[in-house]
Every structure is written in structure tokens, then in C-alpha cells.
Design a protein around this ligand. Structure first.
Ligand code: ATP
Ligand code: MG
Length: 194
């Protein structure tokens, strides 16, 4: 199955972002964007891609350990932008060091469980809200609105393992796009040690 590790913001924080994204949906040119659906909104920590069932038990043990060693921390949605000419995202601020630590530990957990992970060049936490349907779609007005995003703080208390169901062509909405298959509490007492 296709898997990734993620932080999932709580519902009230997603509602805040939802109000901004609802405005984006009404801007001129919004039809040129494929908007991500709100129930699936997440911050990817480590993308694993297709993982064989035989690796799952070890992957779970390793991710649980990563969560166990990492303390809960606070984040807020803050600003936004675009990657290339396609991806539109909301950013985060707060304890980004611990977020990065959790991303590194999730990556290492997957690697040690035998998942072939891509070399990642510079982790940049983001929540993807849409992708342009083509390279020529002007993104400026959307980026401007996203740049002004200021969400309230929340406490990240869990590491989630999420399954990504790629849409089967011709079959829409048959399965949820993303399903949390497991989540482990963050239980560390301090940052880099342990
Ligand atoms: P789609 O691929 O249909 O546009 P998606 O990108 O949301 O949708 P996935 O490709 O399954 O779905 O990706 C799941 C999550 O992992 C998304 O947040 C995506 O941005 C992220 N992701 C996907 N591929 C990579 C990668 N190679 N490196 C880092 N993150 C990735
Ligand atoms: Mg993708």
C-alpha cells in the first residue's frame, strides 16, 4: 500500500484554513486549480510510497519508537506559497525544530524497516491546498491570500501513518483519498536527546 507519515492538524485548525480556502475557491481562475479535499489535509513528514505488507510490522514498531522519543510540540498555520508552477500550500510556524526532528525520525524509521526512501533535499513543512491543472495557471492571487494565513496554535500530540489511495480512473470517491492506519502519541520528554 502507498503510505506516508504525517501530522494531522485538529479539526478546528482545519476549519480556520477552510475559511481561507473557501475564499480561494471563489477567486477568478479557481477552476484552473485541482483543490485538495479538506478531510485529507495533512503535513507530510516522510513519504514512503508503495510499501510491501511484509514490511508493515517492523515499520509500525519503528514509527512507534520515533513517536515515543519525540516530545509533543506546538505549531500554527502561518503563511503560504507555491512550489514550482503547480502546488499551492499553507505553511506552518512554531516549534519547527521538533517538527523537523520528527520528520527525520520518521524517515529513519522507514529506512530501518527496509522501505527504500528517496534522499530528501531540505524538508519544507507544508499543507498542500491545491495543484494547478497546467503550468500556465496564474497563481499570484492565491499565493497572496495564502501568505496572509495566521492560524491559532495547536499542540501536535501524535504521529500518524496514512494510507494514500490513488484514484482509480473512472471511479470517483469510492474510497477515502487518505486513511490514517495508525497513530502513536508523542511521548518524549525533551528534544534531541534519547
Ligand atoms: P496526487 O499524487 O494524486 O496528486 P497526492 O500527492 O496528495 O495526490 P500522494 O502522491 O499519495 O498523494 O502523496 C501523499 C502525500 O505525500 C502528499 O502530501 C504528497 O505531497 C506527499 N508526497 C508525495 N510524493 C512525495 C515525494 N516524493 N517526496 C515528498 N513528499 C511526497
Ligand atoms: Mg503525489
Amino acid at each position: 500500500m502507498r503510505l506516508f507519515a504525517a501530522v494531522v492538524p485538529p479539526g478546528d485548525r482545519l476549519d480556520e484554513l477552510g475559511r481561507v480556502v473557501d475564499r480561494l475557491h471563489r477567486l477568478p481562475g479557481a477552476d484552473g486549480i485541482r483543490w485538495t479535499s479538506r478531510p485529507g489535509w495533512h503535513l507530510t513528514l516522510a513519504f514512503m510510497g508503495e510499501v510491501g505488507d511484509e514490511l508493515l510490522p517492523e515499520l509500525r514498531v519503528r514509527l512507534e519508537r520515533a513517536a515515543h522519543r519525540t516530545p509533543a510540540f506546538s505549531l500554527r498555520l502561518h503563511g503560504g506559497g507555491h512550489f514550482g508552477r503547480r502546488a499551492l500550500w499553507a505553511g506552518v510556524a512554531g516549534d519547527l525544530d521538533t517538527l523537523r526532528l520528527l520528520a527525520e525520525r520518521s524517515d529513519a524509521a522507514a529506512r530501518r524497516a527496509g522501505v527504500p526512501m528517496d534522499e530528501h533535499r531540505g524538508y519544507r513543512a507544508h499543507l498542500t491546498v491545491g495543484r494547478a491543472r497546467g503550468e500556465g495557471v496564474p497563481l499570484g492571487s492565491f499565493v497572496e491570500e495564502l501568505d496572509a494565513v495566521e492560524g491559532a496554535r495547536w499542540q501536535v500530540t501524535e504521529l500518524a501513518l496514512v494510507r494514500s489511495n490513488l484514484p482509480v480512473s473512472g471511479v470517483r470517491g469510492e474510497r477515502p483519498r487518505y486513511e490514517t492506519v495508525a497513530a502513536w502519541p508523542l511521548e518524549g520528554r525533551e528534544g534531541r536527546s534519547g
